[in-house]
Design a protein around this ligand. Structure first.
Ligand code: ZN
Length: 195
């Protein structure tokens, strides 16, 4: 299923939490490294769940990564001779990531990006849907619904054990909240009543 595009290209690995996105990103990057291709991996500073200078999957595999604050930061640290560029948690970058990835692909680089395609509300997450549109290849991975066991495409956000309401902030790091993979039927987002 993988074609060779000598002019560079973009691959997107997306899906809900617990769908194995980062695992798949790491697998592809390690394959490139085995082939002695020059790789660089970036992740946003916001994601501090695991080791700082690694991208780590829930399954425990990891790869060395450069922690960056912004797209400009990636541009500043990118080596000219890098052939494969991996970016994890791409949903946390601003819209400038779209043009940036396009430019890297135009320069002949293989760009592999992983991220959430939907936020906890089940709505498109920032620039990821646009990246999916401009990519040569998109893989949307499924998790398993933690309620009913069906294939799961959505991320359920629970705050203090209850489904987070629609207008809760999208990005909250380090607070007491839990995420679950859920199917469309079990995914719950309470709308706040207008008073
Ligand atoms: Zn379900």
């Amino acid at each position: 299923m993988y074609h060779r595009y000598d002019g560079g290209w973009i691959e997107v690995v997306c899906g809900s939490m617990f769908s194995g996105k980062t695992e798949e990103l790491i697998r592809r990057l390690k394959r490139a490294q085995y082939a002695k291709q020059k790789t660089q991996v970036f992740k946003p500073a916001l994601d501090d769940r695991y080791h700082q200078n690694n991208v780590s999957s829930h399954a425990g595999t990891q790869i060395e990564a450069i922690v960056v604050e912004s797209v400009e930061d990636i541009a500043a640290q990118l080596n000219d001779n890098t052939e494969v560029v991996g970016i994890d948690e791409v949903q946390f970058f601003g819209w400038e990531i779209v043009e940036f990835c396009d430019k890297l692909a135009d320069m002949g680089k293989r760009v592999i990006i992983a991220g959430l395609d939907m936020d906890f509300r089940g709505e498109p997450f920032g620039p990821v849907p646009v990246l999916m549109a401009q990519a040569e290849a998109v893989d949307k991975l499924q998790a398993i619904c933690m309620v009913c066991g069906a294939p799961a495409s959505r991320t359920q956000r629970l705050v203090a054990g209850k489904p987070a309401p629609y207008d809760a902030p999208i990005i909250l790091v380090g607070t007491e909240e839990v995420y679950q993979a859920r199917c469309r039927r079990c995914h719950t987002v309470p709308k706040v009543q207008n008073q």
